[in-house]
Design a binder for this molecule. Structure first.
Ligand code: KET
Length: 400
């Protein structure tokens, strides 16, 4: 019956993370998956999250199904965090938000919705992007193309080429963009570049699909929502998939959302209806537990303040690791420029390592980065950063 089934080649991120788990070498270092580890190399349980969950367990009662769109308090908390509570799009009721199974669930629900109502559109993703973007949109039936983005010569952005590509896109093209902390490169647009891009998006009637999975890991919680708010301010209609996996360290609870910013409240109502229908056809309704932890943290002022401080500390720790890596590598290989480790934002850096160099790093030094050369800087800590830099320098110099 199933002999004709293709063997699964695995996922470039999740499968490598599993290989790491099976690696018996005690000194192994995991910089593969986009997970924040603390300075002791542990997955943190944030204290605001723990307190909210403990309080919740005291009062938790019967567990009916949630509505298809998820819990009202969670959906409101998502909107307030992304857009700010007083944003006209929020107070005017023109955003349709559904609670989803992680940010991934948001991307999936939105892509199914778009395929139904814009069947002839094509999708454009940055070159490169998170691998699963392509898989998800192709899975929804779209043709997926790329627009110029990362400049390997400078470790920065090919903004001129990106802008030119956007100017040539057909009307109603779906443009997948990262709000902050671009995965895998760590290279983001600045405010002036967004200001140049937004009129093009409007003129070409493009449909931006913004993914924000790292809010708070770049420059700050509000700072990292800049692009989303700028698009909403400009009256652009767009999709936004968001995730609390990283910012609440709640990976397995699968807390995410999809928000569609609409021209007016009446259209938002229509969109919400069809998002509910899409959820119903996929998995019926989202789970309760994780979402209620997030809502409680975000809607209890003292917990929200503590969560924000904990997230700030995570961001500062990543910045410190970037500095250390930069310092050791620059000392070991003085002829090379490693400034990209400092300028790139968020959990990731694009190291420029080739697939073969990434293999050598893993096989000879037990340091795991993706074969694309992406390194999760949030996996570094004071005990492994030197070893990582030394191993990387050896591989780059070709001495191992
Ligand atoms: N968007 C982006 C850009 C992203 O990097 C991830 C996860 C997600 C969405 C998924 O979020 P979630 O809420 O967990 O569904 N990225 C890391 C883990 C993974 O590949 O699943 C990673 O890139 O390592």
């Amino acid at each position: 019956m199933f002999e004709h089934i293709d063997p699964y080649a695995g996922d470039p991120i999740l499968t490598l993370n599993e290989t790491f788990g099976r690696d018996p070498r005690p000194h192994k270092i995991n910089l593969s998956i986009g997970i924040y580890f603390d300075d002791a190399g542990k997955l943190p349980v944030m204290s605001a999250v723990r307190e909210a969950e403990t309080a919740m367990l005291q009062t938790i009662g019967a567990r009916p199904y949630q509505p298809m769109e998820g819990a009202a308090n969670y959906r409101q908390a998502v909107q307030h965090l992304l857009f700010g509570p007083t944003h006209e799009a929020v107070t005017g009721g023109r955003i349709a938000t559904v609670q989803t199974i992680g940010g991934s669930g948001g991307l999936k629900v939105g892509s199914d919705f778009l395929k139904r109502y814009f069947p002839d559109s094509q999708v454009w993703v940055s070159d490169p992007t998170w691998d699963n973007h392509r898989a998800m949109f192709e899975g929804a039936g779209f043709t997926v193309n790329t627009y110029p983005y990362y400049d390997s010569a400078t470790g920065g952005l090919k903004f001129g080429e990106m802008l030119a590509a956007f100017k040539a896109l057909p009307e109603h093209s779906i443009a997948l963009m990262h709000a902050c902390c671009h995965n895998p490169t760590g290279v983001d647009l600045n405010a002036a570049q967004w200001a140049e891009l937004i009129p093009v998006i409007r003129a070409r009637q493009l449909i931006p699909y913004v993914d924000i999975a790292y809010q708070g890991f770049g420059d700050g919680i509000d700072e990292d929502a800049f692009a989303i708010r700028a698009l909403a301010d400009a009256g652009i209609v767009f999709f936004c998939a968001s995730s609390f996996s990283k910012s609440f360290s709640l990976y397995g609870e699968r807390c995410g959302a999809l928000s569609v910013v609409c021209p007016n409240a009446a259209e938002a109502e229509l969109v919400l209806g069809q998002l509910r229908a899409t959820v119903r056809k996929n998995y019926s309704s989202p789970p309760t537990h994780g979402g209620q932890i997030v809502a409680r943290v975000l809607q209890t002022p003292a917990l929200r303040a503590r969560w924000a401080a904990e997230l700030d500390a995570m961001r500062d720790r990543i910045h410190a690791m970037r500095q250390r890596l930069h310092a050791v590598l620059s000392a070991k290989l003085p002829g090379r420029n490693f400034d990209y480790f400092i300028t790139q934002r968020g959990m990731f850096s694009y190291t420029g390592l080739t697939a073969e160099q990434a293999d050598r790093l893993r096989e000879e030094h037990a340091v795991y980065v993706l074969r694309s050369g992406r390194m999760c800087v949030a996996g570094l800590n004071s005990s492994n950063v030197e070893a990582t830099a030394v191993a990387m320098a050896a591989v780059l110099a070709g001495t191992t």
